[in-house]
Design a protein around this ligand. Structure first.
Ligand code: XIL
Length: 949
């Protein structure tokens, strides 16, 4: 880097507001001090006015000697001092929130404890103001111009419970009142105290300070608090923006923060600016950082009217609290100006950016067709000077370079030159062996192949692409330089169809998903056998829809970090900027198998606002459905940077990561290796319904149709033997005489938004029959008894039909009883007999009618006399001889009685008299049963009383 420090302007001379730097005694002597005094006119004590700097280990008032040395230095060198900080949750002795330095009982929110902490706060502020008054009255010689009164009191996330405030020990004991109190105490001490110069008007500006004000959520909470303080007449003068940013923080976010801050009417201050490059550090990144500081300071200049000061949080990189994130400051450790300095103070001397790019593997013919290939729409073009842009693909033996040139006037010298290493390959506009040139309105496109030898992924080649327009040549690099192109994997690309209807985000695959395209996470980034996800993709309007199906038999969400839980990640680079480090609009969305959402770097509230999602456990894994706003980047024909990832966890640890596109595992830091989604036209959903006819195919009956989709606009056409029936366009159809003998079907046309119009025809009905005009129910006539003939009599039936009969006994068809007459046998005795008559005639609907039932009486059983014999003494065997029964064999059962009481178990035809029967008379009951006959019961006996044996 050139050493220009002697001729380069001091930073403070390039802006109209004070510029500060955070320091301690290391910057108050030697080359650091020289550099400081050249560029800055204000200092902030980086650490040594924080609460802990004023006390010794025993909690006694004992200001750190750094305080005096900073004040001496400021006073001696006419530097303004921005005090930092009176009230903070950090770098504050623990005893502040205990009973005392020797009694570690924590303070509660009891009235007594509150009062104690209030007094401690006021005493602290008064002591600070008294101590610092040694360097002069405020407003009359004292270097202190401002003080951060409270620092970082706003919560990082939404926190309705604390009204958006940080739940610090200050808040826990005092609630929100400590903030207003701190301002009142500071105002009294610095602006209306014993050490305030007579007549001075608020000589020490009182600031509130916080970080992430460039992020909308935090900023909203911060502004709510500030506007409340103002509304309550709290003596507050300024609003501080720390701006600990990074090169991926859009400078426009700082612009928005300052603009929003100005609306409060308060002074604005950039209190702690730094912007690390990311690691590893490189000269290329430091040059980019130079452009970043340039743009940031141009924004600060635009806000000069309300700007109290802009402070860099450190003088040299090695002294920065964020040095490990990549040299965040303006001067290096040798006190030399970095590009950042030139960006701020002398932008004309900012070095050219150092070019690096990736080339994805691929091959496109160096022909007119190749120049027109859609492949070149997939990535942003790199600039080859002001009027041309280019893109490359590589294969083992050549680099394909596509160049688009704005150059309306054809000139013999016009040409495209690709330099690989030190060799130039030139394709004249008039054409040549290397490739093809295709004219277009206002210019031309060219595609050429430059030879490579045995190129492999991972190789870096030195490249320049230059375009000659007449006498002028301009290129990707500054003249004489080349950029570094790294050869990487083939670009992952997917066409995403427009959704025919908006999917409902509920974790179910609605019909819209039948038209989606999909990608799978087949690249294993870490681990082995990791769960694979299939991600279905659709878009509509400004929304990308994703439905992930993850095959993972054991779902584990027990890990303490979201990325070590079973989860999917969706990376979206709206508009496919392929910027490298994240832009504000780039998002890394993580959704766990339980549906818990988290994000990678960036503004959380902003990202959350773009997402709607749902997750569900399913057999064999889980699904995640998401709708992601593409902000303004979406629409037909656009391309989006996209990657998807599955984190596979087991037992609380992440065991595998798989991605679709980026093979490097660094997608959470850089967008450059993500894949590309092209938003293309969609297809309509197929309709699969089958219309069905219900109702009987009989003249006079009405048929109806079912099975058509709900919510559709339906039109109908009824068909007779396949031909349209004129006028039959309703959902129902009443069969007419003309339909007799024909088959009916229906053609249904269904129209639903998002679905392809469909016309489907039902199956045909059976042949349509006529109906008898008159039928009748048969009557059973004749004497109803066994052996006597019964007749089924019918009255009118028209037209004349032939009849079939079936007789039934107790509802069961009697085998062979299929004539118009039937003679009941003993089998039917005691049952109810009915008859069904079926009248049929060709072309007519057969009709069956069943008669009323008739009961066939049982027959009477004739039985001969029943005899009881045997010795009537204990031990004797009595025997009953049943009478002969006619006409059939009967089933007989017995029950013996003693004195009329049934003898248990005595149920055979003989009975051996027991001792217990002595003196009793024995009888026996014989029951005769036979099918078709009434049961008969005969009692024989009694015997004489039973004698002893
Ligand atoms: C930092 C200092 O730079 C570090 O040296 C120290 O270790 C921690 O604090 N916001 C603030 C500053 O308000 O006080 C912090 O300073 C950085 C974040």
């Amino acid at each position: 880097m050139r050493c220009r420090s002697r001729t380069s302007p001091p930073i403070k001379d390039t802006v109209s507001f004070p510029v500060g730097v955070a320091i301690d005694s290391r910057e108050t002597a030697g080359p650091g001090s020289k550099l400081l005094l050249k560029h800055f006119n204000q200092v902030t004590p980086e650490n040594f006015m924080k609460p802990e700097a004023w006390y010794n280990a025993n909690g006694e008032w004992s200001p750190n000697s750094e305080i005096a040395s900073l004040m001496d230095y400021a006073k001696a060198n006419d530097l303004r001092v921005y005090g930092h900080v009176l009230v903070w949750h950090s770098q504050t002795p623990a005893w502040f929130f205990n009973k005392s330095a020797t009694d570690s009982t924590p303070l509660t929110n009891s009235e007594a404890d509150k009062q104690l902490l209030r007094e401690r706060l006021e005493t602290h502020i008064n002591n600070v103001a008294d101590y610092l008054a040694q360097w002069g009255d405020y407003g009359d010689g004292n270097p202190i111009q401002a003080f951060d009164v409270v620092n970082e009191v706003v919560n990082d996330g939404a926190s309705p419970d604390t009204g958006g405030l940080r739940n610090s020990r200050w808040y826990q004991v005092l609630g929100d009142e400590y903030i207003a109190d701190a301002f009142r105490y500071a105002d009294a001490a610095f602006n209306h105290g014993d050490h305030t110069a007579v007549g001075a008007d608020r000589p020490v500006k009182l600031f509130i300070n916080d970080y992430n004000t460039e992020q909308s959520g935090k900023r909203a909470r911060y502004l709510t608090l500030i506007n409340n303080l103002i509304a309550n007449d709290v003596p507050i003068d300024g609003m501080g923006h720390q701006f600990h940013v990074s090169l991926a923080t859009p400078v426009s976010a700082m612009d928005e923060a300052l603009t929003a801050g100005e609306a409060t009417g308060l002074l604005q201050a950039v209190t702690e600016l730094d912007a690390p490059t990311g690691t590893p550090e490189s000269q290329a990144k430091f040059v980019d950082q130079g452009y970043y500081y340039r743009d940031a300071f141009n924004i600060f200049r635009a806000h000069a009217a309300d700007m109290f000061s802009v402070t860099l949080w450190g003088l040299t990189d090695g002294r920065s609290w964020r040095d490990s994130s990549g040299g965040p400051l303006v001067f290096d450790d040798g006190f030399q100006a970095k590009p950042a300095y030139y960006g701020i103070a002398d932008a004309g001397d900012l070095p050219a950016r150092i070019r690096t790019a990736n080339s994805f593997e691929g091959d496109v013919p160096a022909t007119a067709a190749g120049a027109a290939s859609g492949e070149w729409n997939l990535l942003p073009l790199l600039s080859a000077g002001a009027n041309a842009s280019f893109q490359t693909r590589w294969s083992s033996d050549h680099l394909t370079v596509y160049v688009d040139v704005d150059d309306a006037t054809v000139d013999d010298a016009d040409a495209v030159t690709v330099q690989v290493g030190s060799t130039d390959f030139t394709l004249p506009r008039s054409g040549g062996e290397l490739g093809a040139v295709v004219p277009r309105d206002g210019g031309y496109t060219a595609v050429l192949h430059a030879p490579l030898s045995s190129a492999q992924a991972g190789d870096a080649i030195q490249l320049d692409v230059r375009v000659t327009d007449g006498d002028d040549t301009d290129g990707w690099n500054t003249p004489g330089a080349t950029g570094t192109v790294t050869l990487v994997e083939p670009l992952s690309h997917v066409d995403v169809p427009e959704a025919p209807v908006v999917p409902v985000i509920d974790g179910t695959l609605d019909a819209a998903w039948s038209t989606s395209s999909s990608v799978q996470t087949l690249k294993e980034i870490s681990g082995s056998n990791g769960a694979i996800g299939t991600f279905h993709l659709l878009w509509k309007g400004q929304t990308l829809y994703v439905f992930a199906e993850v095959a993972d038999p054991t779902v584990d969400t027990t890990g303490s970090d979201p990325w070590v839980q079973d989860s999917v990640e969706i990376y979206v680079d709206g508009g496919n900027a392929k910027n490298g480090s994240y832009r504000y609009d780039d998002t890394q969305i993580r959704i766990s198998a339980d549906g818990v959402v988290s994000f990678g770097t960036g503004d959380e509230a902003f990202q959350a606002n773009r997402l709607q999602s749902s997750a569900k456990r399913v057999t064999g894994g889980y699904v995640v459905e998401a709708a992601i706003s593409l902000l303004e980047y979406g629409g037909l024909g656009t391309v989006q940077g996209l990657d998807v990832q599955v984190n596979d966890a087991t037992g609380g640890a992440r065991t595998a990561i798989r991605n679709w596109a980026d093979p490097t595992g660094t997608g959470y830091q850089t967008t450059e290796r993500w894949g590309v989604a092209s938003l293309v036209e969609g297809t309509l959903i197929e309709q699969t319904f089958v219309p069905k006819i219900s109702g009987s195919a009989v003249v006079g009956k009405t048929l109806s149709v079912s099975g058509a989709p709900a919510g559709a606009a339906l039109t109908y056409q009824w068909l007779r033997n396949g031909s349209a029936i004129s006028g039959a366009h309703a959902a129902t159809y009443k069969l007419t005489a003309a339909d007799a003998g024909k088959k009916i079907s229906i053609r249904v046309t269904s129209v639903i938004a998002g679905y392809a119009d469909a016309t489907k025809t039902s199956a045909q009905t059976s042949v349509v029959l006529k109906a008898f005009t008159k039928t009748s129910t048969p009557k059973i006539t004749g004497t109803v008894k066994v052996g006597s003939k019964l007749t089924a009599t019918l009255s009118a039936w028209s037209p004349k039909a032939s009849f079939k009969y079936q007789w039934y006994s107790n509802g069961k068809a009697i085998k062979g009883a299929t004539k118009s007459t039937f003679t009941p046998t003993r089998s039917q005795a005691g049952t109810t007999v009915t008859v069904m008559v079926t009248g049929s005639k060709s072309g007519y609907l057969a009709v069956s009618k069943i008669s009323a039932g008739k009961k066939v009486p049982l027959l009477a059983l004739k039985v001969g006399p029943t005899w009881l014999n045997g010795p009537t003494k204990v031990g004797g065997t009595l025997k009953v001889t049943p009478g002969a029964s006619r006409p059939v064999a009967t089933v007989k059962t017995y029950q013996w009685y003693a004195n009329g009481k049934a003898i248990s178990g005595a149920t055979s035809s003989t009975y051996k008299v027991k001792t217990a029967d002595k003196g009793k008379r024995i009888t026996v009951k014989v029951t005769y049963r036979a099918q078709g006959f009434a049961t008969k019961v005969v009692v024989a006996g009694p015997t004489f009383p039973i004698a002893a044996r």
